[in-house]
Design a protein around this ligand. Structure first.
Ligand code: FAD
Length: 454
């Protein structure tokens, strides 16, 4: 008889797991309490890129305007954008992708259970949905319940009056000014978008720098680019309280400064909330970072796996998907492990950022002696021709034998190029081997080639 598996959550962790399980012959059901496709498709990766695409079009138009004849009468300004149409475009993109994903599940005959799933006893899950309660027994379960926007203090006390990454997509009115709390990837992508459409944007970050853990060369380049476009950063600043008056929302900082804006978006990380999922009934512990797993995605409870944001390993959609596949394979008898050394870390703003493997500080912390090599887009033909000269390609090698350890790419199609280096890190390629590839001319990938020639 085939193995019965229940997947809880249909985000990029859960749905690839369900598809793989079905391919491998399991009897699989997937439970979803909200929108099929999870945070990524409905309130994360995809809608944020639809917003950023609008920003890109404005950016491109600004470039074109430089080439128009004087007096040609095009007086476009970003605030002419119709916010309702921008939101409708995002909704349309999400709807198309969600519908095709649901159709795929129907075509594969994977049971979708609409409702909130909770473990009712070892080996049993109860799904409470619009049609009442449904119970499913399982031989194995994959918990892929994701995370929710976190509201650290003091923002927690004002939650109802602030926006977060779930609600920002439906903001009824485009604010003239926006204070973004959090200088991580989510905060920066929204900062880039809202700035590009003419909103005055400030970013408030508790830590001394943006993009925690990222190479300082990268954060400096990103900050400087954003600042040139008018984004203001307040780094290493703790907020004491919030105040609301005259249609404005203000963060009052510990140093007495007051940052006012029409809207405040809290993008200060995400946290697991597994309340009501019956984890105690199966003896599975959790905290705000989620549920602990081993490299094969197994929790402490035999037969129960946890993938994606809910295990706190990397909070990225592509990590979630790989982990989902690994859990599926392992349930069906394989012995796979998640390799977190090759997870690309991307920022889809402009300049784009794509990092993978180790940066200099991380490699040195592991006791390695490293060499780095950097080339700038300013010297790359394609970059000059397309007026995309911002940024660089920085490669990190083991000084002992020139093994590629990682890269930090800023500018150009960094989020695409990063896969080239991920492959090199995975295969433990040497600098010489990566240099032997023939890089097409003219391409932005020549920045990598240039860095290899140094
Ligand atoms: C604005 C934003 C932009 C982002 N951009 C990117 C990006 O560009 N690239 C990237 O890699 N990552 C990005 N992320 C992160 C990415 O969205 C997450 O890492 C990813 O969605 C995690 O996938 P998951 O499957 O673990 O969880 P989720 O996608 O959160 O899915 C979990 C699902 O489980 C469901 N669920 C929870 N509890 C239950 C229950 N009891 N019963 C049934 N269903 C339940 C939820 O409703 C949800 O649909 C972004 C996040 C945000 C907020």
């Amino acid at each position: 008889m085939s193995k019965k598996v229940i997947v809880i959550g249909s985000g990029p962790g859960g749905y690839p797991a369900a598809l793989r399980l079905k391919e491998l012959g399991a009897d699989v059901s997937i439970a979803e309490a909200w929108d099929f496709g999870g945070t990524c498709l409905n309130r994360g990766c995809i809608p944020s890129k639809a917003f950023l695409d609008t920003g890109h079009r404005v950016h491109a138009f600004e470039g074109l305007r430089k080439l128009l004849k004087d007096g040609s009468g095009v007086n476009f300004s970003p605030d002419m954008l119709d916010w309702e149409k921008v939101k409708a475009r995002r909704a349309d993109v999400v709807f198309k992708l969600r519908t095709s994903l649901e159709k795929l599940f129907q075509a594969k005959r994977i049971e979708i259970l609409r409702g909130r799933a909770a473990f009712s006893s070892p080996g049993e899950v109860t799904i409470t949905g619009p049609g009442g309660e449904t119970k499913r027994n399982f031989d194995a379960a994959i918990l892929a319940a994701g995370t929710r926007p976190a509201f650290p203090p003091p923002f927690r006390d004002y939650r109802e009056r602030l926006s977060d990454s779930d609600t920002i997509f439906g903001l009824p009115r485009l604010p003239r000014s926006l204070l973004i709390v959090g200088g991580g990837v989510i905060g920066l992508e929204f900062a880039c978008f809202f700035n590009s459409i003419g909103v005055k944007v400030e970013v408030l970050e508790l830590l001394p720098d943006i993009l925690a853990g990222e190479d300082p060369q990268v954060t400096r380049a990103v900050r400087s680019s954003f600042e040139k476009r008018g984004v203001r950063f307040h780094l290493g600043k703790k907020t004491e309280r919030l105040e609301f008056s005259g249609g404005l929302k203000a963060a009052v900082l510990e140093d007495g400064a007051r940052l006012e804006a029409e809207e405040i978006l809290v993008g200060a990380g995400r946290a697991a909330d597994l309340t009501g999922m019956g984890l105690e009934s199966i003896g599975l512990a959790w905290d705000r970072k989620g549920v602990k797993v081993d490299a094969g995605m197994r929790t402490a409870v035999p037969g129960v796996y946890a993938v994606g944001d809910v295990n706190g390993i990397s909070l990225l959609a592509h990590s979630a998907s790989r982990q989902g596949e690994i859990a599926a394979e392992n349930i069906m008898g394989a012995s796979l492990a998640f390799d977190d050394s090759i997870v690309p870390r991307c920022v889809y703003a402009w300049p784009e950022v794509g990092s993978v493997g180790l940066n200099k500080a991380q490699a040195e912390a592991k006791g390695l002696q490293v060499k780095t090599s950097r080339s700038f887009y300013l010297g790359i033909g394609k970059a000059v021709a397309t007026d995309e000269t911002e940024g660089f390609a920085q490669l990190v090698f083991d000084a002992a034998d020139e093994t590629v350890l990682g890269a930090q790419l800023v500018g150009g199609p960094a989020t695409e190029l990063v896969h080239l280096i991920a492959l090199a890190v995975k295969l433990r390629l040497k600098k010489k081997e990566l240099r032997e590839i023939i890089y097409a001319h003219p391409t932005m990938a020549e920045a990598v080639h240039e860095a290899l020639l140094k």
